[in-house]
Ligand binder design. Sequence first.
Ligand code: HEC
Ligand code: HEC
Length: 269
Amino acid sequence: MNQFLPPHLRKTLLCGLLVTVVLLGQNAGSRWWSWPSNPDPQAAERGKSTFLKSCAGCHAANVTGTARGPNLIRSSVIRKDAEGSRVAALIRAGVPGKGMPAHQFADAEMHDLIEFLRWTIQKYDRVSPGPPPETYPVDRMLTGNAAAGKVFFEGKGGCSGCHSATGDLSGIGKKYAPVFLQSRFLMPRATKPKMATVTLASGEKVTGELRTLNNYDLVIRDSAGQQRTFDPATVRVEVTDPLAAHLELLPKYTDDDVHNMFAYLWSLK
Ligand code: HEC
Ligand code: HEC
């Protein structure tokens, strides 16, 4: 999907990478990867099984986090660690007292696990590569087939379960500039809040908009507009994310699906 990046942005990215390489060149020592190399897909595939076994219970199989562990796609520890050594150290030590247990892996397995995390982050980044100019010419993005997009929309994609081409998405093709239309259907902005149902020890259930959920605080706004705080350790909480379906779809699209879907949505004027 990189071809959707306009040339001048690609150049900016490349300059950023080159600067990183130069800085790294001065830093010898053990390395888990070297920029700007792309993650090795085979290593990532091996690392994936380690991740699913040891990490997914808290960080979710799609790496976007659960109530027990944060989203690692946004992890600044991983993103800022040019060599992987800090990430490896964090995984070995855990974060004592904060719910992240220590894990020991042989070097090769650690390497593959980190390759999996990098590979996953890169995959998500590719669909939201930062703000491209509104003027990016649509004909370069229109490489798909609108009719095939319609079939996907109504069939395999399951889009019509929540959307309608003549209802909420009518006119979507003129609502956004082409590049924004593409990132909006891949990863929409939520217009509705996440909802949480809290079950207290007594069995009482409270439902409301989720405001905060981490290891220490659970705050919701109940239907009467009242802010309510709970200790997450003493209650059960179920969260409904209106964008959950979009997050689950993201890793499933093929490039063709994306191009066809774009062509179809673009035709809805
Ligand atoms: C029992 C739940 C649990 C398991 C299992 C777990 N983690 Fe974590 N992880 C956490 C929590 C909670 C944090 C946040 C700690 C904090 O607040 O600093 C965290 C933080 C992290 C961070 C730092 C994120 C950042 O940028 O701050 C990384 C990286 C990470 N975990 C990777 C892993 C990997 C890789 C595995 C599997 C080997 C794993 N975790 C297994 C709960 C878990
Ligand atoms: C389970 C429900 C669900 C499914 C399935 C689903 N979406 Fe969405 N979609 C949403 C929600 C929720 C939003 C956020 C906007 C909102 O809150 O109305 C959204 C937003 C969008 C937007 C942005 C609309 C705007 O005006 O900004 C587009 C485009 C879109 N979806 C396309 C698709 C396509 C294409 C598919 C199938 C590949 C799909 N959706 C599947 C629930 C769903």
